[in-house]
Design a protein around this ligand. Structure first.
Ligand SMILES: C[S@@+](CC[C@H](N)C(=O)[O-])C[C@H]1O[C@@H](n2cnc3c(N)ncnc32)[C@H](O)[C@@H]1O
Length: 280
Protein backbone atom coordinates (compact mmCIF):
# COMPACT_ATOMS: atom_id res chain seq x y z
CA UNK A 1 0.00 0.00 0.00
CA UNK A 2 1.59 3.27 -1.00
CA UNK A 3 -1.00 5.87 -0.11
CA UNK A 4 -1.59 7.38 3.30
CA UNK A 5 -4.35 5.79 5.39
CA UNK A 6 -7.37 8.06 5.49
CA UNK A 7 -9.96 8.16 8.20
CA UNK A 8 -12.88 8.27 5.78
CA UNK A 9 -16.12 9.71 7.16
CA UNK A 10 -15.06 9.55 10.79
CA UNK A 11 -17.93 8.66 13.07
CA UNK A 12 -17.59 9.57 16.74
CA UNK A 13 -17.25 6.64 19.16
CA UNK A 14 -20.47 7.69 20.90
CA UNK A 15 -22.37 7.14 17.65
CA UNK A 16 -21.83 3.39 17.84
CA UNK A 17 -25.07 1.52 17.37
CA UNK A 18 -26.08 -0.10 20.68
CA UNK A 19 -28.03 -2.92 19.02
CA UNK A 20 -24.89 -3.88 17.11
CA UNK A 21 -22.49 -3.67 20.05
CA UNK A 22 -20.91 -6.97 21.09
CA UNK A 23 -23.10 -8.78 23.58
CA UNK A 24 -26.41 -7.71 21.96
CA UNK A 25 -29.12 -10.20 22.93
CA UNK A 26 -26.96 -11.82 25.64
CA UNK A 27 -27.94 -12.09 29.28
CA UNK A 28 -26.07 -9.21 31.02
CA UNK A 29 -25.21 -11.57 33.91
CA UNK A 30 -23.13 -13.69 31.54
CA UNK A 31 -21.65 -10.98 29.32
CA UNK A 32 -17.89 -10.33 29.30
CA UNK A 33 -17.10 -7.33 31.52
CA UNK A 34 -15.70 -5.10 28.75
CA UNK A 35 -18.89 -5.47 26.71
CA UNK A 36 -20.99 -4.63 29.79
CA UNK A 37 -18.97 -1.40 30.02
CA UNK A 38 -19.40 -0.78 26.29
CA UNK A 39 -23.17 -1.13 26.62
CA UNK A 40 -23.36 1.75 29.09
CA UNK A 41 -21.28 3.84 26.71
CA UNK A 42 -17.72 3.29 27.97
CA UNK A 43 -15.27 3.38 25.09
CA UNK A 44 -11.84 3.29 26.76
CA UNK A 45 -11.49 -0.31 27.94
CA UNK A 46 -7.83 -0.54 28.94
CA UNK A 47 -6.44 -0.51 32.51
CA UNK A 48 -4.11 2.50 32.42
CA UNK A 49 -6.63 4.78 30.69
CA UNK A 50 -6.18 7.18 27.83
CA UNK A 51 -3.12 8.82 29.42
CA UNK A 52 -1.06 5.61 29.35
CA UNK A 53 -2.25 5.10 25.76
CA UNK A 54 -0.96 8.58 24.86
CA UNK A 55 2.39 7.80 26.44
CA UNK A 56 2.63 4.52 24.53
CA UNK A 57 1.78 6.22 21.22
CA UNK A 58 4.37 8.91 21.94
CA UNK A 59 6.98 6.21 22.62
CA UNK A 60 6.00 4.40 19.41
CA UNK A 61 6.48 7.69 17.52
CA UNK A 62 4.06 6.84 14.69
CA UNK A 63 4.69 8.73 11.46
CA UNK A 64 3.21 8.81 7.94
CA UNK A 65 5.87 6.27 6.92
CA UNK A 66 4.59 3.59 9.33
CA UNK A 67 2.58 0.53 8.41
CA UNK A 68 0.59 -0.17 11.57
CA UNK A 69 -1.21 -3.27 12.84
CA UNK A 70 -3.47 -3.02 15.89
CA UNK A 71 -4.54 -6.24 17.57
CA UNK A 72 -7.97 -6.07 19.29
CA UNK A 73 -8.97 -2.47 18.53
CA UNK A 74 -12.31 -3.05 20.31
CA UNK A 75 -14.37 0.11 19.90
CA UNK A 76 -11.64 1.92 17.99
CA UNK A 77 -10.61 4.70 20.40
CA UNK A 78 -6.86 4.21 19.84
CA UNK A 79 -7.41 3.47 16.14
CA UNK A 80 -8.93 6.96 15.80
CA UNK A 81 -5.91 8.54 17.51
CA UNK A 82 -3.47 6.61 15.32
CA UNK A 83 -5.29 7.36 12.07
CA UNK A 84 -5.03 11.08 12.85
CA UNK A 85 -1.27 10.60 12.34
CA UNK A 86 -1.93 9.37 8.78
CA UNK A 87 0.20 6.22 8.75
CA UNK A 88 0.94 4.70 5.35
CA UNK A 89 -1.36 1.76 6.21
CA UNK A 90 -3.44 0.55 9.16
CA UNK A 91 -4.80 -2.96 9.76
CA UNK A 92 -7.04 -3.71 12.75
CA UNK A 93 -7.27 -7.38 13.75
CA UNK A 94 -10.38 -7.89 15.88
CA UNK A 95 -11.83 -11.28 16.81
CA UNK A 96 -15.34 -10.12 17.75
CA UNK A 97 -17.44 -9.99 14.55
CA UNK A 98 -19.77 -7.14 15.58
CA UNK A 99 -16.86 -4.99 16.78
CA UNK A 100 -15.00 -5.70 13.51
CA UNK A 101 -18.08 -4.71 11.50
CA UNK A 102 -18.49 -1.41 13.35
CA UNK A 103 -14.78 -0.63 12.98
CA UNK A 104 -14.99 -1.29 9.25
CA UNK A 105 -18.02 1.01 8.93
CA UNK A 106 -16.36 3.74 10.96
CA UNK A 107 -12.82 3.65 9.57
CA UNK A 108 -12.98 1.76 6.29
CA UNK A 109 -11.09 3.85 3.68
CA UNK A 110 -8.11 3.48 1.34
CA UNK A 111 -5.15 2.18 3.33
CA UNK A 112 -7.31 1.09 6.28
CA UNK A 113 -8.42 -2.51 6.65
CA UNK A 114 -10.20 -4.32 9.45
CA UNK A 115 -9.60 -8.06 9.56
CA UNK A 116 -11.95 -10.22 11.58
CA UNK A 117 -9.51 -12.80 12.97
CA UNK A 118 -7.72 -13.89 16.11
CA UNK A 119 -4.53 -11.97 16.80
CA UNK A 120 -2.44 -15.15 16.91
CA UNK A 121 -3.43 -15.97 13.31
CA UNK A 122 -4.01 -12.62 11.65
CA UNK A 123 -3.59 -13.94 8.10
CA UNK A 124 -1.57 -10.82 7.24
CA UNK A 125 1.70 -11.21 5.28
CA UNK A 126 5.03 -11.57 7.11
CA UNK A 127 7.01 -8.36 7.63
CA UNK A 128 4.06 -6.23 6.42
CA UNK A 129 4.25 -3.83 9.37
CA UNK A 130 6.71 -1.42 10.93
CA UNK A 131 4.65 -1.28 14.11
CA UNK A 132 2.17 -3.44 16.01
CA UNK A 133 0.34 -2.51 19.20
CA UNK A 134 -2.38 -3.97 21.40
CA UNK A 135 -4.17 -2.92 24.57
CA UNK A 136 -6.03 -5.02 27.16
CA UNK A 137 -5.63 -8.13 25.01
CA UNK A 138 -2.80 -10.28 26.39
CA UNK A 139 -3.98 -10.16 30.04
CA UNK A 140 -7.05 -12.15 28.96
CA UNK A 141 -5.05 -14.96 27.33
CA UNK A 142 -3.50 -18.18 28.59
CA UNK A 143 0.34 -18.32 28.75
CA UNK A 144 0.44 -20.30 25.46
CA UNK A 145 -1.89 -17.87 23.73
CA UNK A 146 0.11 -14.87 25.00
CA UNK A 147 3.19 -16.40 23.42
CA UNK A 148 1.43 -17.12 20.13
CA UNK A 149 0.15 -13.53 19.89
CA UNK A 150 3.55 -11.97 20.65
CA UNK A 151 5.14 -14.37 18.13
CA UNK A 152 2.54 -13.29 15.54
CA UNK A 153 3.37 -9.63 16.20
CA UNK A 154 7.04 -10.45 15.59
CA UNK A 155 6.19 -12.30 12.37
CA UNK A 156 4.36 -9.22 11.07
CA UNK A 157 7.23 -6.88 11.98
CA UNK A 158 10.29 -6.37 9.86
CA UNK A 159 13.71 -6.01 11.55
CA UNK A 160 13.73 -2.91 13.74
CA UNK A 161 9.89 -2.94 13.97
CA UNK A 162 8.26 -2.02 17.29
CA UNK A 163 5.54 -3.73 19.33
CA UNK A 164 3.70 -1.72 22.00
CA UNK A 165 1.43 -3.21 24.66
CA UNK A 166 -0.77 -1.77 27.42
CA UNK A 167 -1.88 -4.39 29.94
CA UNK A 168 -2.76 -5.24 33.53
CA UNK A 169 0.23 -5.68 35.82
CA UNK A 170 0.32 -7.64 39.08
CA UNK A 171 1.98 -5.87 42.01
CA UNK A 172 4.46 -6.41 43.56
CA UNK A 173 6.81 -7.95 41.06
CA UNK A 174 7.36 -11.08 43.18
CA UNK A 175 3.69 -11.69 43.96
CA UNK A 176 3.13 -14.90 45.96
CA UNK A 177 1.42 -17.69 43.99
CA UNK A 178 -1.59 -17.99 46.28
CA UNK A 179 -2.44 -14.29 45.83
CA UNK A 180 -1.99 -14.50 42.04
CA UNK A 181 -4.34 -17.51 41.97
CA UNK A 182 -6.91 -15.70 44.09
CA UNK A 183 -6.85 -12.58 41.87
CA UNK A 184 -7.07 -14.62 38.66
CA UNK A 185 -9.99 -16.64 39.99
CA UNK A 186 -11.94 -13.66 41.35
CA UNK A 187 -11.40 -11.52 38.26
CA UNK A 188 -12.25 -14.32 35.84
CA UNK A 189 -15.45 -15.06 37.78
CA UNK A 190 -16.50 -11.40 37.81
CA UNK A 191 -15.53 -10.46 34.25
CA UNK A 192 -16.54 -13.79 32.64
CA UNK A 193 -13.32 -14.14 30.74
CA UNK A 194 -10.10 -15.87 31.81
CA UNK A 195 -7.92 -13.10 33.27
CA UNK A 196 -4.22 -13.93 33.73
CA UNK A 197 -2.18 -10.73 34.16
CA UNK A 198 1.61 -10.89 34.65
CA UNK A 199 4.07 -9.03 36.87
CA UNK A 200 6.37 -6.43 35.29
CA UNK A 201 9.38 -8.77 34.94
CA UNK A 202 7.18 -11.48 33.41
CA UNK A 203 5.86 -9.11 30.72
CA UNK A 204 9.46 -8.15 29.94
CA UNK A 205 10.45 -11.83 29.80
CA UNK A 206 7.57 -12.57 27.38
CA UNK A 207 8.98 -9.88 25.07
CA UNK A 208 12.59 -11.06 25.43
CA UNK A 209 11.68 -14.71 24.78
CA UNK A 210 10.16 -13.64 21.46
CA UNK A 211 13.19 -11.61 20.39
CA UNK A 212 11.89 -8.17 21.42
CA UNK A 213 14.21 -5.84 23.30
CA UNK A 214 12.29 -3.51 25.63
CA UNK A 215 13.16 0.09 24.74
CA UNK A 216 10.55 1.93 26.83
CA UNK A 217 8.14 1.20 29.68
CA UNK A 218 5.71 3.05 31.89
CA UNK A 219 3.24 2.16 34.63
CA UNK A 220 0.00 3.67 35.91
CA UNK A 221 -2.55 2.82 38.59
CA UNK A 222 -5.46 0.60 37.52
CA UNK A 223 -8.43 2.96 38.07
CA UNK A 224 -10.66 1.95 35.18
CA UNK A 225 -13.92 2.55 37.03
CA UNK A 226 -12.93 5.41 39.36
CA UNK A 227 -14.78 8.72 38.75
CA UNK A 228 -11.67 10.81 38.10
CA UNK A 229 -10.32 8.32 35.54
CA UNK A 230 -13.77 8.08 33.92
CA UNK A 231 -13.75 11.86 33.43
CA UNK A 232 -10.23 11.79 31.99
CA UNK A 233 -11.01 8.92 29.65
CA UNK A 234 -14.51 9.76 28.49
CA UNK A 235 -14.95 13.53 29.07
CA UNK A 236 -17.66 15.22 31.16
CA UNK A 237 -20.71 14.87 28.89
CA UNK A 238 -20.01 11.30 27.98
CA UNK A 239 -19.34 10.41 31.65
CA UNK A 240 -22.73 11.88 32.60
CA UNK A 241 -24.35 9.70 29.95
CA UNK A 242 -22.57 6.64 31.36
CA UNK A 243 -23.67 7.51 34.93
CA UNK A 244 -27.26 7.90 33.70
CA UNK A 245 -27.25 4.51 31.96
CA UNK A 246 -25.66 2.80 35.00
CA UNK A 247 -28.46 4.27 37.16
CA UNK A 248 -31.30 3.42 34.79
CA UNK A 249 -30.23 -0.03 33.61
CA UNK A 250 -30.02 -2.03 36.86
CA UNK A 251 -29.00 -5.27 35.12
CA UNK A 252 -25.84 -3.56 33.78
CA UNK A 253 -25.38 -1.27 36.80
CA UNK A 254 -25.11 -4.15 39.26
CA UNK A 255 -22.43 -5.88 37.13
CA UNK A 256 -20.45 -2.64 36.96
CA UNK A 257 -20.69 -1.96 40.68
CA UNK A 258 -19.45 -5.44 41.51
CA UNK A 259 -16.53 -5.11 39.04
CA UNK A 260 -15.66 -1.79 40.70
CA UNK A 261 -15.77 -3.37 44.18
CA UNK A 262 -13.44 -6.13 42.98
CA UNK A 263 -10.94 -3.67 41.47
CA UNK A 264 -11.05 -1.65 44.72
CA UNK A 265 -10.46 -4.78 46.84
CA UNK A 266 -7.28 -5.61 44.88
CA UNK A 267 -6.21 -2.04 44.15
CA UNK A 268 -2.82 -2.53 45.87
CA UNK A 269 -2.11 -5.51 43.66
CA UNK A 270 -3.38 -4.35 40.27
CA UNK A 271 -1.67 -1.80 38.09
CA UNK A 272 -1.30 -1.03 34.40
CA UNK A 273 1.87 -1.35 32.37
CA UNK A 274 2.89 -0.32 28.89
CA UNK A 275 5.99 -1.63 27.11
CA UNK A 276 7.51 -0.95 23.74
CA UNK A 277 9.88 -3.55 22.35
CA UNK A 278 12.04 -3.56 19.25
CA UNK A 279 12.56 -6.59 17.04
CA UNK A 280 16.23 -7.36 16.43
C1 LIG B 1 -10.86 -5.33 27.02
S1 LIG B 1 -11.24 -5.16 25.32
C2 LIG B 1 -10.01 -3.94 24.86
C3 LIG B 1 -10.38 -3.20 23.61
C4 LIG B 1 -9.43 -2.06 23.22
N1 LIG B 1 -8.11 -2.59 22.89
C5 LIG B 1 -9.31 -1.06 24.35
O1 LIG B 1 -8.26 -1.05 25.02
O2 LIG B 1 -10.22 -0.25 24.55
C6 LIG B 1 -10.55 -6.65 24.64
C7 LIG B 1 -10.65 -6.75 23.14
O3 LIG B 1 -9.87 -7.86 22.70
C8 LIG B 1 -10.57 -8.55 21.67
N2 LIG B 1 -9.97 -9.88 21.61
C9 LIG B 1 -9.93 -10.82 22.58
N3 LIG B 1 -9.21 -11.87 22.18
C10 LIG B 1 -8.78 -11.60 20.92
C11 LIG B 1 -7.98 -12.31 19.98
N4 LIG B 1 -7.50 -13.52 20.26
N5 LIG B 1 -7.72 -11.73 18.80
C12 LIG B 1 -8.21 -10.49 18.50
N6 LIG B 1 -8.98 -9.78 19.34
C13 LIG B 1 -9.26 -10.32 20.55
C14 LIG B 1 -11.99 -8.47 22.15
O4 LIG B 1 -12.91 -8.77 21.12
C15 LIG B 1 -12.04 -7.02 22.60
O5 LIG B 1 -12.27 -6.16 21.51
Amino acid sequence: MTQTAHTGTMQHASDLIASELPGAGQNPDKMQGHWVLARVGKRVLRPGGIELTRQMLHALAISHRDRVVEFAPGLGVTAGMVLEKHPQAYWGVEREPSAARQLQQRFGAPGVRIVQASADQSGLPSACASMVYSEALLSMQTPQQKNRIVAEACRLLGAGGRYGIHELCLLPNNMPDHLRQEIQTEMSREIHVGVQPLCRDEWIRLFNQNGLKVTWSSEAPMRLLEPRRLLQDEGLLHSLGIAFRVATRPELGSRIRSMRRLFARYSKHLGAISLVGERG
